[in-house]
Design a protein around this ligand. Sequence first.
Ligand code: 13P
Length: 251
Amino acid sequence: MRKNIVAGNWKMNKNLQEGIALAKELNEALAADKPNCDVVICTPFIHLASVTPIVDSAVIGVGAENCADKVSGAYTGEVSAEMVASTGTQYVILGHSERRSYYGETVEILEEKVKLALANNLKPIFCIGEVLEERQAEKQNEVVAAQLASVFTLSAEDFSKIILAYEPVWAIGTGLTATPEQAQDIHAYIRSLIAEKYGKEVADNTSILYGGSCKPSNAKELFAKPDVDGGLIGGAALKVADFKGIIDAFK
Ligand code: 13P
C-alpha cells in the first residue's frame, strides 16, 4: 500500500549554519519520538551535502527543491540531477508552482527534469495545482490533468517511483487552506486519472500529498481523508515544533 509522507520544502530560507541547526534539531526530535510516516526535508542545493550525513536516513529522507533539465555542460548556475544524487540526496521536488510561474517551467521542461531525476535514482515529488482564477472558474480538474502530462509519458514502472503533491496556488503561503473536502475531491480525481492511465494498482500505490498552509491545527483533518496521503509543508517546515506537530497528525 501507499506510504504516508510528510515532506518539508524550505524554499529559499535558512543559511547553511541555520539549515544544519534545523536538520539536527529535527533529527533529535524524531530520534526521541519516532514518526508514524515517512519524513523528508527538501533544502536549497547548498545544504544538501551537509544535511544528508547528519540525519538518520532510516527516519528522515533529504531532497532538493529543483534540478536542471540538462544532463551536464555549459549551463552556468544550474545543478544537475546527478550532482544532487552525488550528495546522497534521495528526493527532488519538481514542478513547484513557484518554479512554474517565476522561472517559466513548462510541461515539456518538467518532463525532462523528471526523466533526469529518475535516471539518477532520485524520487520526484511532482507538484500540480491551480491558481485562484482557475479555481473560481471551476477549472481545477482540467488544470491538474494538463500538468500531469509531464509524468504521464513515463512507463508504469517509472511512474510508480513518483510522489505527487497537489498544491492549490491560492493556498500557498496565504493562510488559506483547501478544506479537507476540497482536497479529498481533487485527490480522488487525480487518483482516477492515474487509474485510467496506469491501472488501479499503480493508482492505489501512489502517494498524493496536500500542500498549502498546512499546519499542526489542520493537518489531522486533511490527512484523515482517504486520498490525502500526507503533506508538502512550506512555512511550517521551518520550525521543528510546527513540522513535528504536522508529522504527529499520523499518530
Ligand atoms: P506553505 O505551507 O508555506 O503554504 O507552502 C506550501 C508549499 O508551497 C510547499 O511546497
